[in-house]
Each structure stands twice: as structure tokens, then as C-alpha cells.
Design a protein around this ligand. Sequence first.
Ligand SMILES: [Zn+2]
Length: 684
Amino acid sequence: MSDAKEPADSGTRRAFLKNVAVAGVATGLGSVTGDVFAQTGSAASPTGVAAKPPTRATLDANTAYANFLSFDDGKDFEDARRGLVAKLPDPVKIPGRDGVYAWDLEQFAFVKGGPENNAPPTVNPSLWRNAKLNMNHGLFEVVDGIWQVRGYDLSVMSIIRGEKGWLVVDPLTTEEVSSYVWKNLVVPHLGDRPITHVIYTHSHADHYGGVRGIVSEDDLKSGKVAIVAPAGFVEAAVGENIIAGNAMGRRATYMYGNLLPRSPIGIVDGGLGKTGSNATMTLAIPTQYAEKTGQKLMLDGVELVVLMAPESEAPSEFMFYLPKFRAFCAAEDSVHTLHNLYTLRGAKVRDALLWSKYLQAALDMFGNDMQVLFASHHWPTWGNDRIVPFLSAQRDMYRYLHDQTMRLANSGYTPREIGDATRLPDSLAKHWYCRSYYGTVYHNAVAQYNLRLGFFDGVPANLHRLTPVDSGKRYVEFMGGAASVLKKAQASFDKGDYRWVAEVVNHVVFAEPDNIAAKHLLADTYEQLGYQSESASWRNFYLTGAMELRNGVHRVPIGSPQSPDVIRAMPLDMFLDFLGVRLDGKKAAGKSLSFNLVLTDTNEKYLVGVENSVLHYSKDRTSDTADASLTMSRSDLNNVMLGDTTVHSLVIAGKAKIDGNSQKLGEFVTWLDNFDFFFNIVTP
Ligand SMILES: [Zn+2]
């Protein structure tokens, strides 16, 4: 199918990490493509330190899950396969960049079976069921006139037949994958018609990154293809990548299990799909926006009725109804899992009250009419008699988490108490589509507290706590020293009291980061917690933590974390804001500086100043008394942002000009931090 090789070289690792950083930031996805870590379906360890088998406590916990849920209900398996038109032949390996597979479903071939519970003992049986469903792949008919490509990325591409050509909804994550499935599945089976519109349902990269794989720059320039997106799309799509980008990218490697082997002791699924594809992410700027609920868009003869959903699953998002097909596109606001009200990679908390109201609006506006519901992850739901309960349960699930959290908060409960006390009622919890494959009841409840009340729980002791190292040292001393703590912790471990062991032994690890026994016990604990987790995000977080405790942080070289399209689309204000985030307050203390930044091709100018260890700027302004002036083109500046060149090299090449005190400008650069992607997480 391709002659792409299993990757090994550092270029490969760079490509991988580039993807991790970009995708990780925007959507939290990414994938292992290297042989950096062993990939095995056996019990061999990814870490050099042997992975442990599940304990009795873990087996019991997973059995309790299995007993609560109805594995004889095979409807999801039917739906996930319904309407299959064609599929890529096995083994599914889609070529990417630099000889690296952009998509390799074969790595997950160990995940197989139907609705019956055949979970390995190291995987939560409910998560295993979800992992099996996400193995379905192919081109599927939703109804006559709407198709979906599923199983070749974390996300789903939908294709709608217009009068002259195709409307494509959410063109996957990378151009290599979207182009490959278009050429090998869509065109051969649906016909070679032009794409007239691409619709982005929301601002996460798994829903726009593949756009250039199916539309050319010429078609964009000539207006042959229109790009439709919800209002606020560009700022949201670009913005989420920048200010907290490095921290999000690193944490995303935990959440998505990018560094783990694909195996029953590693990653088995991503919750929304297997994982993200790994290749080139692109962005074409929208040419048309959905702005208002009730707005009707006529696109290539197909009417869309808009339902705006800002600040729900993404800052910029919309759903739409297609009267002609009696079909509702729920974007990512109603999928076959409890989604995240807070994503563990880190992001602003999402508002479940708003989210729930959007789903109510969907029912109010289209609930009587819709005959099929499709979304941008997972499989569709057919039949009004099934869609209405599905949407209603999803509406209630989000609203319940919000309302019960605030009920308890108003009664004086604090976040951890609320998280522990909150359970979905059985009338919701028994639905497979309300299970916690991605978000969890616990962290979503805590998030809603955080949304309304912030980080502080109101207990004075928690107002100004010591740092993890400082408190760790004191805890360990008070508890009689590390050896004594570990002895007691081992006894708690043997009883399966893992949450407690994690809390206590974490103090030892932060007090004594070289204490191997402590790190191993904590790793063993995280591992059991991972084996028990229904949420793919939690599992991946725990197992990656265990791996790094056992093996240390595996630093692989990384290139620029940003996609060139995203850099090009970035407003200069955002670039300067990020420069401000990079300014080291201590290094800049007592210093002051001002400079003009003049961009010749975009006619933008800024007066930038540094004082009080802060960077500030004024747009459309320059000053004759500034220390220096830097004149260059925006396109050259983009290359600087991508790390492909430096201002210094551009000056030498005559492409940038510095007037005034160039030395001072040079000094400014030394005040800027360069962030280390692989900062420690599980150790100080
Ligand atoms: Zn998505």
C-alpha cells in the first residue's frame, strides 16, 4: 500500500513532535510514529522497567464496571458499520511525511471484537468497548446525499451532495490523510465532482488541519471553493495555539498517550477516535461566516439552518440543520461520550450550562423534524425516536454536571468533595453515549466549580500552600521519613487504596526525587489507576506518568511547534502578546526599551516598549524617540516565528533593517525565555 518505512531517524521524531506540539495545543492530539519506544502488543514494557500486571483491586474495579453496563446492547456496533460503501484495505497505513505514516491503524490491530466484553485485564471494559467501536473505518452513507469518512483520523469528515459539487464538513487533521482518503475512497466511490464548500464546524485543528489536502491554493484564490466557519473562528483557532502553547503541548503528550506504546498496557484509544493523524496541518482562512442562530445559508443549492454554539466545546463552534435531508450536524457538541468541560491538556473551562442550552435549542428548533444526527466524531444516530432521547440525555448530562456542582457549592462543598459526591443518575449513566471516554464526571464537576468560583475552595489553609517540594519534604519528615512512608504506602497499595498512595508517595517523590523505590511505587500506583480508567484521557495521563517515573523524560528533538498556515494567520498583536509572555521579568528588571516595528508588505506598524519588566505596545504608531526601528516584511517575520531564520540573518541578507540602537534591540532578545517542551511533570 505504501513503501513508507517505520520511522527511526531524528527527522521523524521532529515531525512527530511538531505534530504533537501543534495538534496537541489546538486539540490535544498527536501520535507516536517513531520506534523511540517499543511498540508491542505483548506484556513487554515500554519503559525498560517491567509493566506490572493488574492487581486484584484493579480486576475487581473493572469487573464492577462490566457488571453495571449492558454489553448485550450491540446497537452502537450496528450503527458504526451501517451504510458502509467501501473501506481502505487492511493493513491501513496512510503515507505521511519523511517516510512516516500519517495514519497507521494496524498499530491498533490488537483491539478487536464485537459488543461482548472481551477486555484485557489491563483495560477498563467500557473503554475497551469504545476502543473497538473506533476501529471501524471506511466511507459510510449516512443518508442518500450525505456520507462520512470515519476511522482514518481522530475526527470524522462528512460529505454533502450539492447541486454542482461537494460540501465537505471538517476535512480531518492533516493534508496527507484528507488527500489520501479523498483520492482513494471518495472519488472512486462517490464520483469526481468539484468541492464547492468546506465547512469548519469549530476552531479545533482536527476539524480544519487537513483542508489543503482537498482544496488547492488556486481554487481558494479564484473563489471556486468557499470556506465557511463560525464567527470568531480565526482568532480562536490561532489563539489557542499561542499564549499557553508550550504547556498545553507538553501536557497533551500525556493526555493523548503519544509517547506510549499501542498495546493493552499502553494506549488503546483516544476516546473520540483512535488518535490524531500525524503529518502536515494546514489552515485556509474562512471566506464566509455563520453568525447567528436561525440564519439560513444556501451553499451549492443546499440550505443550512445555523445554530451557533460559541464557548461550548470550542470557543467558536456552530451546529446546523439540513432540511433537505432532515439531518442535523451536531458538530462536537453531541457525540458518543461525555465530552470535556475541562480538557486535561489545559484550556479555559467550558460552560456546561451554555452547552446544555444549545442542545435544548437543537431540540426546540429541529427536534420534531430530524431523522438523522451526525457529528464530527463517532457514528451517526438514525431515527427521530432515537435522536430525541439521545440529544435530551446529552443536554441533561451537561446540565446535571453544572447544576449539581453549583448546588453543592452553594451548600458549602469544595471541589474535591463535589467531584467525589457527583454521580450521573442511572437514567443517564447507563447510556453508552453518556460514559466517560473523554471527559469524566469527576473532572467536569470540578471544572464547573472552577468556572464559577475559581481555583480557591474558600478554606484558608488552601489559600497559600507551600510548593510541592517544600510541603513534600515536611510531610515526609512529619511522617517519620521516606522509608516509613513507603512501608505504610505499600500496605495501602496492597489494599488497592491507590488514590491515597498516589497522594502520599507523590510527597516522597517531590521531597526526594532520587528515591528510586518511591518513584517505582508511584509508577505502579499510576499504572493501576490507568488500567482502571474508563476515560482514555485519564488512562493515558496515568500511564505516561508511570512511564516517565520509571524511565525519566525521553527528550526527542523538536522543530518549530507551529504550522506555517497558523503563523501566517496570526494577528501581529497575538505575536507581540506571546513575546510579552516570553519576557523574563527578572532579566528585564530595571531596564527600559522602546522600538518601532514596521512591516513593509502589510503596512502594519507598532511602537513596542518594555518597562517594569512588562512588554506593551501601541498599534498604528511609531515614535521618533524610540531606541531603534526594525523594518522587515511580515512574510520574513513569519519565518522568524517558525524558527526558520533569525532577525540577525535577515539583517545580514539585507531583508531586515535596524535603525538606531541595534545593540539595545539585541539585549532585548536576551531577556526572552525559550521554553523547554519536555519540562518535568511527575518529578520536581
Ligand atoms: Zn474534535
